[in-house]
Ligand binder design. Structure first.
Ligand SMILES: [Zn+2]
Ligand SMILES: [Zn+2]
Ligand SMILES: [Zn+2]
Ligand SMILES: [Zn+2]
Ligand SMILES: [Zn+2]
Length: 361
C-alpha cells in the first residue's frame, strides 16, 4: 500500500470527509513527510508557490493543493488525477460529499476552470536554490525542465553526483568518472579515477590473454563442430555401404534362375542357327535358279528376234515367188525367151546366199 494512502486513510475516514480541519492536518502531515509523498507520484502544486489569490474551486478536494492534471466527478468536485485514482483504490465515493463514483465517471475539468487554472502565476520549484522565475501554471513544466537550478545527474557513467544544470560543465571538468583516451596511444579509454594506475603494457597483455583464450575457445568449438560433422558423414557412409551390400546380395540371388533360363534357351538357339543355315543355302539356290531364268529369258528374246527375221525372209520369198509366177505367165504367153528364164533363178540363188544365224541353246 502506498505511503500516501496510509496517511490519508489515517486522517480522512469516511465519517470525517470534507472536514477542513482534517484536510489541514493532511497538508501538515504531507509537509512533514514531503520526501515520502514525492517519491510516490506528483500530487497538486503547493499553494504557497502561487502569487496572488487562488480560487477555492481550483484546489484538490483530497490534497488541498492547487489541482495538478485535474479530473472532475459528476458532483463537480475536482481532484488531481493521482489523488482521486489513489482514493478510489479503497473507496467508491467522493471524498467531499460521499456520492458513489468510480474511475469511469471521471471527466476532464470544465474548460473555463482549466483556463483559470492555467493562468495562475507561480514560482519555479527551484526557488529555494535561487531561481526567481515566476510564470503561468501552463508553462511552468516547460521552464522547470530547462531550469538552470534543476538538479540533474552527472552524465558520466558510474558517477552518482546530482548537480544543478548550471554547474554541470564545471563538474564534468573535474568529475572522477570523466574519461579520455590514453595519451600513450594504447587505444584505451582511461577513467579519471584510475588515471595513475593505467599501465599500457599490462592492459594490452590482459587484452592479449583474453583474445588468446577466446581464440582457443573458438578453435575448440570449430574442432568439435568438424568432428561431429565427420561423425555424421561416417554414419551416412556406413548406411550407404550396407544398402549397397543388400543390393549386391539381391543381384547374386537370381543367378541360378538366370542360368536355368539360359539352359532352356540354348537348344532353341542352336535350332535357330540351323534354320538360318538352311535359309542361306536356299537363298544361294534361289539366286542360281534366278540366273538360269534370266539366261532362258535372254535365249527366248533371241529366238523371237530370229523368228521375226525368218518371217521377214518368208515375206520376201513369197513376193519373189509371186514375181516368178507372173514372169512364167508372161513367157508362156509371148514365147520362150532364154534370158528371161534365167533371171528368177538368179534371184533365188541370191536369197539362198543371205546369212542366217541360228542360236543353239
Ligand atoms: Zn490533490
Ligand atoms: Zn463530490
Ligand atoms: Zn527555475
Ligand atoms: Zn560526475
Ligand atoms: Zn595506455
Amino acid at each position: 500500500m502506498p505511503i500516501w494512502h496510509l496517511q490519508i486513510s489515517g486522517f480522512l475516514g469516511d465519517n470525517v470527509a470534507g472536514n477542513c480541519q482534517v484536510m489541514g492536518k493532511i497538508r501538515d502531515q504531507r509537509n512533514h513527510t514531503r520526501q515520502g509523498w514525492k517519491c510516490v507520484e506528483s500530487m497538486g502544486y503547493d499553494i504557497e508557490r502561487f502569487v496572488g489569490y487562488v480560487n477555492e474551486g481550483l484546489l484538490c478536494s483530497i490534497c488541498r493543493d492547487v489541482l495538478e492534471d485535474p479530473l472532475q466527478a459528476p458532483c463537480e468536485h475536482a481532484f488531481c488525477t493521482a489523488c482521486i485514482h489513489g482514493w478510489l483504490v479503497h473507496h467508491s465515493n467522493c471524498p467531499e460529499d460521499r456520492q458513489v463514483i468510480d474511475v469511469s465517471v471521471l471527466r476532464p475539468l470544465y474548460r473555463y476552470m482549466k483556463n483559470d487554472l492555467n493562468r495562475l502565476q507561480l514560482h519555479c520549484k527551484n526557488r529555494e536554490y535561487g531561481c526567481e522565475m515566476v510564470c503561468s501554471l501552463e508553462s511552468i513544466d516547460r521552464h522547470e525542465r530547462e531550469c538552470e537550478y534543476s538538479q540533474i545527474p552527472c552524465s558520466n557513467a558510474g558517477c552518482t553526483v546530482q548537480i544543478e544544470r548550471r554547474n554541470l560543465d564545471g563538474h564534468l571538468a573535474v568529475c572522477e568518472y570523466r574519461s579520455r583516451e590514453c595519451p600513450n596511444g594504447c587505444g584505451y579509454t582511461i577513467l579519471s579515477a584510475e588515471d595513475t594506475q593505467h599501465n599500457c603494457v599490462a592492459e594490452l597483455r590482459t587484452e592479449l590473454e583474453l583474445l588468446r583464450s577466446e581464440m582457443i575457445c573458438r578453435v575448440e568449438e570449430a574442432k568439435h563442430e568438424m568432428e561431429s560433422r565427420l561423425d555424421s558423414q561416417r554414419r551416412h557412409m556406413v548406411q550407404k555401404e550396407s544398402v549397397l551390400q543388400n543390393e549386391i546380395e539381391e543381384l547374386k540371388n537370381p543367378l541360378p534362375y538366370v542360368r536355368g533360363q539360359f539352359n532352356i534357351v540354348t537348344p532353341s538357339l542352336e535350332e535357330l542357327l540351323y534354320c538360318s543355315e538352311l535359309i542361306l543355302a536356299f537363298q544361294s539356290q534361289m539366286s542360281r535358279v534366278m540366273s538360269d531364268v534370266r539366261s532362258l529369258m535372254a535365249a527366248e528374246r533371241q529366238h523371237r528376234q530370229e523368228l521375226e527375221q525368218a518371217e521377214l525372209e518368208k515375206r520376201e520369198l513369197m513376193e519373189l515367188l509371186r514375181g516368178l509366177q507372173k514372169d512364167c505367165r508372161l513367157s508362156t504367153a509371148e514365147g520362150s525367151r532364154k534370158t528371161a528364164n534365167f533371171r528368177p533363178l538368179a534371184r533365188l540363188e541370191s536369197a539362198k546366199r543371205k546369212p542366217r544365224e541360228v542360236t543353239v541353246i
